[in-house]
Ligand binder design. Sequence first.
Ligand SMILES: *[C@@H]1O[C@H](CO)[C@@H](O)[C@H](O)[C@H]1NC(C)=O
Ligand SMILES: *[C@@H]1O[C@H](CO)[C@@H](O)[C@H](O)[C@H]1NC(C)=O
Ligand SMILES: *[C@@H]1O[C@H](CO)[C@@H](O)[C@H](O)[C@H]1NC(C)=O
Length: 152
Amino acid sequence: MANMSYSALAPFVCILLLAICSISQTLPEPDSDAAEDGRLVRLRFKVHITNGFPNNVHPFIATCRSHDDYLGTHTLWKNGEFRFKFMVHFWKTTHFTCNVTWGPKSLENISVFKNGVETRSCKRTGNCFWKGQEDGIYFCNNNQSYFKKYSW
Ligand SMILES: *[C@@H]1O[C@H](CO)[C@@H](O)[C@H](O)[C@H]1NC(C)=O
Ligand SMILES: *[C@@H]1O[C@H](CO)[C@@H](O)[C@H](O)[C@H]1NC(C)=O
Ligand SMILES: *[C@@H]1O[C@H](CO)[C@@H](O)[C@H](O)[C@H]1NC(C)=O
């Protein structure tokens, strides 16, 4: 009879549900924007470009592109930020470059994200931070420990 087999199965159903509950409790929390983790591969990245100059005598202007995308010209005033996010692919190279200008200073085609370079240096947080300053362009992956990557 159907009733018989249900009651016979009930203990097993309970055990199964308990097992599912204890598994789901051990699933990792979804990580936030700047979370640190030890994952082997990261596919989503965000690049931040900011004006780190101490004054507004000139804007910091960044024009960026990849092989596929032209991201436009961004005029950033003091502390202004331009950011873009994307996914890297296994089957083709992702390479974003920018032309940056601050008054009389300029740099052409600086690399801000390339497979094999920033996929490593930005992997821990998934974020690459670039900041224009008086003596050059600074980089870090946590918006804190900036170091100079390009000199004007
Ligand atoms: C950067 O400047 C060079 C020379 O003017 C130009 O060929 C190139 O297309 C510019 N890159 C971007 C992203 O606008
Ligand atoms: C910058 O990139 C543009 C477009 O790919 C190219 O025409 C130009 O020669 C490059 N300039 C330098 C200095 O590499
Ligand atoms: C980076 O740090 C600056 C200064 O502390 C802050 O104003 C800015 O919001 C931060 N940017 C991000 C994306 O966390």
